[in-house]
Design a protein around this ligand. Structure first.
Ligand code: IFM
Length: 451
C-alpha cells in the first residue's frame, strides 16, 4: 500500500451510536418500552439516577443531527434500531410511526452521501419479550429473525450493511452475570444459555437475510488482547483463560462452528451440551466481521473472580481514559492481526473505537479535547499498520458521534466527538471532531491529500 494512500479507496469513515443511548422519547408514537427503560428507572442502577428518557433527543432532532454528520464529512454512519419502537410487543404488529423514523434516518443519510450501517440489536430487548423469558427463552431466536426479516423487507433496498448483534459478550456478561446492565441478573448458570440463544438468533437472522436481502450482513464483537500483568505463570494462565472467555467465546462458534473447549472448564457444570445442529446454523457464512476495540486487558490471577479466576487491573503508570481503560493503540493492530491469523481473510470493519475523557465545558464554540485527538490519531495509525500487514479492513467507525447515555455510567462519561449540553441539547464540535473531519477530507495522518 503506497504511503500517499494509506487507506484504500472506498474505505468507510463513520461514527457509531445506538438507539437507547441517543434517541430519547422511548415511549413516543406508540413505541413499546425496552428493558433499559425499566432498568434505568430502578433506584441505584445508573450513576446519578440518569435514564435514557431524553438522551440526546435525537428522535426529535433528526434533521439537525443528519446535518451535523454531513458537516463532519462522514461517509458512513452506524446506528441501531430500537426493536420496541418498530414492534411494540416484540413480535407481530408493526408500529408504522416508529418504522417511519428509521425510514427518514436512512433517507436523510443517503441524501447526504452517507452510507447507513444498521445494527439490529444493541442491548435493548422489548420489555414484552423479557416478560416471556427474554434471551433465556429458546424462542428468542425466532422472535429476532422475524423482527430482522421485517426490517430487511422495509429497508434493504437502501441499507447496504447490516449488523445482527452488538457485543453479545457484554449483554450476556453484564446483563446476566454481574447484573450491571439490563436485565440486571446475577447467575452463573444463565450466561452460557443466553449467549447461545443470542448466537442462534444471529444465525437465524443471517439465514433470513440470505432469502430476503441483497447486500451484506455481519456481527460486531468487542475484542481485546489479554496480557498477563506480571511474569508469574499464574497470571499467564489467567490471561489465557480470559482470552478464551472474551475473544473466543463468540468468534469460535461463528467462524469455526464450535465453542472453545476451555469454556466448559471455565463454567464447569454450568456449561450445557449444545445441539450440533445449532452450531451449524450459528456458523452460517458472514460477509464481514465488525470489531469494537477500546483497550487491552492487563490480567492478574484472582481466585475470587468467578468464573475466570482472573481480574483486570488498572495500571496506574499507563495513560487511562475516564473509564480507567488503558490507552493501548498497539492492541488494535494486534487484535486485527490475530483475527486474520486465526480465522482467515474475512472483510473487517472497526465498528467502534473511541474514548471517554473528562472534557472541559465549551468555551464559546470550542471544546478542547487533546487526549481524544491523540487517541484517535494513534488508533488510526494502528488501523493503518494492520492494513499494511495485509488485513482486509474496510472501514472505521468512531465511537461516538455524540456524548450520550453510557449505560450504567449515565451521562457522566463522555465519548462523543460532538459535545452535548444535556440541559439545553446544544451540540458543539470538539477539537477531535474537527481533527476527524480534516482526517477524512485531507488524509491528515500522512499529510497527503487523498484522491
Ligand atoms: O457505549 C458503549 C457501546 O454501547 C458499546 N460499546 C462500548 C461503548 C463504550 O462503553
Amino acid at each position: 500500500m503506497s504511503a500517499d494512500q494509506p487507506f484504500p479507496p472506498g474505505f468507510l469513515w463513520g461514527t457509531a451510536t445506538s438507539a437507547y443511548q441517543i434517541e430519547g422519547s422511548p415511549l413516543a408514537d406508540g413505541a413499546g418500552p425496552g428493558i433499559w427503560h425499566g432498568f434505568s428507572h430502578r433506584p441505584g442502577a445508573v450513576v446519578n439516577g440518569d435514564t435514557g428518557d431524553r438522551a440526546c433527543d435525537h428522535y426529535r432532532r433528526l434533521p439537525a443531527d443528519l446535518d451535523l454528520m454531513a458537516e463532519l464529512g462522514l461517509t458512513a454512519y452506524r446506528f441501531s434500531v430500537a426493536w420496541g419502537r418498530v414492534l411494540p410487543n416484540g413480535t407481530g404488529r408493526v408500529n408504522a410511526k416508529g418504522l417511519d423514523f428509521y425510514q427518514r434516518l436512512v433517507d436523510g443519510l443517503l441524501e447526504r452521501g452517507i452510507q447507513p450501517m444498521l445494527t439490529l440489536y444493541h442491548w435493548d430487548l422489548p420489555e414484552a419479550l423479557e416478560a416471556r423469558g427474554g434471551w433465556l427463552n429458546p424462542d428468542s431466536a425466532r422472535w429476532f429473525a422475524d423482527y430482522a426479516a421485517m426490517l430487511y423487507e422495509a429497508l434493504d433496498d437502501r441499507v447496504g450493511l447490516w449488523v445482527t448483534l452488538n457485543e453479545p459478550w457484554v449483554s450476556t456478561v453484564l446483563g446476566y452475570l454481574s447484573g450491571e446492565h439490563a436485565p440486571g441478573r446475577r447467575s452463573l448458570a444463565e450466561p452460557p444459555r443466553v449467549a447461545h440463544h443470542q448466537l442462534c438468533a444471529h444465525g437465524e437472522a443471517v439465514a433470513a437475510y440470505r432469502e430476503l436481502g441483497r447486500h451484506q450482513i455481519g456481527i460486531s464483537l468487542n475484542l481485546e488482547p489479554q496480557h498477563p500483568a506480571t511474569d508469574s505463570p499464574l497470571d499467564w494462565e489467567a490471561a489465557k483463560r480470559r482470552h478464551h472467555f472474551i475473544n473466543r467465546w463468540f468468534l469460535d462458534p461463528l467462524l469455526r462452528g464450535q465453542y472453545p473447549d476451555e469454556l466448559a472448564v471455565i463454567f464447569g457444570s454450568n456449561w450445557p451440551r449444545f445441539p450440533v445442529e445449532d452450531l451449524r446454523r450459528i456458523a452460517a457464512p458472514l460477509d464481514f466481521l465488525g470489531i469494537n476495540y477500546y483497550s487491552r486487558g492487563l490480567i492478574r490471577h484472582d481466585p475470587t473472580q468467578i468464573p475466570c479466576a482472573a481480574t483486570r487491573i488498572t495500571p496506574p503508570e499507563r495513560r487511562l481514559t475516564a473509564m480507567d481503560w488503558e490507552v493501548y493503540p498497539e492492541g488494535l493492530t494486534e487484535t486485527l492481526l490475530w483475527v486474520k491469523q486465526r480465522y482467515g481473510d474475512l472483510p473487517l470493519y472497526i465498528t467502534e473505537n473511541g474514548a471517554a475523557f473528562d472534557d472541559a465545558a465549551p468555551v464559546g464554540n470550542q471544546v478542547q479535547d487533546p487526549d481524544r485527538v491523540d487517541y484517535l490519531r494513534t488508533h488510526l495509525a494502528a488501523a493503518r499498520a494492520a492494513l499494511e500487514q495485509g488485513v482486509d479492513l474496510r472501514g472505521y467507525f468512531a465511537w461516538s458521534l455524540l456524548d450520550n447515555f453510557e449505560w450504567a455510567e449515565g451521562y457522566a462519561k463522555r465519548f462523543g466527538l460532538v459535545h452535548v449540553d444535556h440541559a439545553t441539547q446544544r451540540r458543539t464540535l470538539k477539537a477531535s471532531a474537527q481533527y476527524y473531519r480534516d482526517f477524512i477530507l485531507e488524509g491528515e495522518l500522512t499529510g497527503e491529500k487523498r484522491k
